[in-house]
Design a protein around this ligand. Structure first.
Ligand code: SAH
Length: 398
């Protein structure tokens, strides 16, 4: 049995943990450098050793572990994992029953009571993301629960923590019958090719499901669509299926082109009638301005941080400029769908970016609707940073 390490919480942090804040941070405790084993159980205590909360030690970019319970006597064992995961699965019954969708998240980290762990379901395949070596030490307990649920073809995993310089993992296969990738999953009747054996990104980001549906159902018909930072072109596919006149997908990663062709193809869309361009988005803006190109619908979904040969982009700093560039090539009454997954700022701040951009471009806008994480990305109400996705649908008025 692992021994328990006591972490002493600084006085001004005690209240947040009593109020169920789930993340253990370096600055909240007086002895963060206590020798601890990844996956070891920790008790947060006050200076008189009074118990506050129990969690596990696991170094991540955003903390040194997660709280699992406020009950001192609750054991962190197989039964604990079973109860958390089955509760999460029960909350997703809507998705299991939905015949048009077979790709969704069944466990969302601290939103479902265990930070550092997510589990996605892709039509008979489970994909586990482990965000620290600490949570990875509970692998057997987690797999046991999935085994008990049964009915899967295979389990795959991504170790999203530093494995001592090497990501030499075979192909992320854990157990079951290996898949033949891509598998074609369905999302609101849209097909997406998914690879569970080829790096951290599998081909589609499940958290944008509602936005893709809205694009297809409400914003694409008859429109000339520009999809920037397009990755595999998932938004372009939704737009094309929604009756877009034409889509243009822009991403600087070379493989985005073949990936986008594949996503169009598995939906029976002639990719040759679409425009797929491998180029830096900022160079594309310049090109579009020079050629006087204008779009009716522009999707902006940049990574929080990106470094290319010429520049670094940080959404917390550069988003207003990104919107300004976009405004310049958007038709009057055109729509801009601005998205960010940057957890370091909230919706309020994001809206100030939008406002700033439109003011500086001397034009006006109307916010049509907003999106946040879909229902399967359960959020912990005591951990607002977990509610990272912000999507704003903006109409350019003049
Ligand atoms: N919008 C996509 C996900 C985007 S992931 C979707 O919904 O599926 C971020 C993408 O931005 C990556 O594919 C990356 O290659 C691309 N990217 C990063 N910096 C870029 C830049 N300066 N110009 C073009 N693409 C960029």
């Amino acid at each position: 049995m692992n021994s328990v390490t006591e972490l002493k919480v600084k006085p001004n942090y005690i209240k947040q943990y009593k109020n169920k804040y789930p993340l253990i941070t370096m600055d909240a405790v007086t002895n963060p450098d206590e020798p601890m084993e990844e996956g070891g159980i920790v008790h947060l205590v006050d200076k008189t050793h009074q118990f506050i909360a129990k969690g596990y030690y696991g170094k991540q970019n955003k903390g040194i572990g997660w709280i699992l319970t406020l009950k001192k006597d609750e054991q962190i064992d197989g039964a604990f994992f079973k109860s958390k995961i089955l509760t999460a699965v029960n909350k997703r019954q809507f998705f299991y029953k939905d015949e048009d969708t077979n790709a969704f998240r069944i466990f969302n980290g601290e939103g479902d009571g265990i930070g550092g762990l997510t589990i996605d379901y892709f039509d008979g395949f489970y994909l586990i993301n482990w965000y620290s070596e600490g949570i990875y030490s509970f692998k057997d307990q987690v797999i046991d629960v999935l085994d008990e649920l049964g009915g899967y073809q295979a389990i795959y995993e991504k170790k999203r923590f530093d494995t001592k310089g090497k990501y030499m993992d075979d192909d992320d296969f854990v157990k079951g019958v290996r898949g033949e990738f891509p598998i074609i999953v369905k999302e609101n009747s849209i097909s997406y090719a998914v690879y569970l054996n080829d790096g951290a990104m599998v081909g589609v980001f499940l958290d944008q499901r509602d936005v893709r549906k809205a694009i297809r159902d409400n914003y694409a018909q008859g429109k000339n669509v520009l999809n920037t930072f397009s990755y595999t072109g998932a938004f372009s596919v939704a737009a094309a299926l929604g009756g877009a006149d034409k889509t243009t997908s822009v991403d600087l990663a070379k493989r985005s082109k073949s990936k986008t062709i594949e996503q169009f193809s598995v939906n029976g869309i002639d990719y040759e009638a679409q425009n797929i361009t491998v180029i830096d988005v900022f160079d594309y803006f310049r090109y579009a301005k020079r050629k006087n190109l204008k779009f009716d619908l522009v999707v902006l979904d940049p990574p929080s941080f990106a470094r290319s040969k010429k520049r670094t982009f940080s959404s917390a700093k550069d988003y207003p400029d990104l919107i300004k560039d976009t405004i310049a090539i958007t038709e009057k009454h055109g729509v801009i769908i601005a998205s960010t997954n940057n957890a370091t700022f909230g919706m309020k701040k994001f809206r100030t970016f939008i406002d700033k951009a439109f003011k500086e471009m001397n034009t006006t806008y109307k916010i049509v609707e907003t999106f946040s994480l879909p229902a399967d990305f359960q959020v912990n109400r005591n951990f607002p940073q977990g509610d990272y996705l912000k999507v704003v649908v903006i109409e350019k008025l003049k």
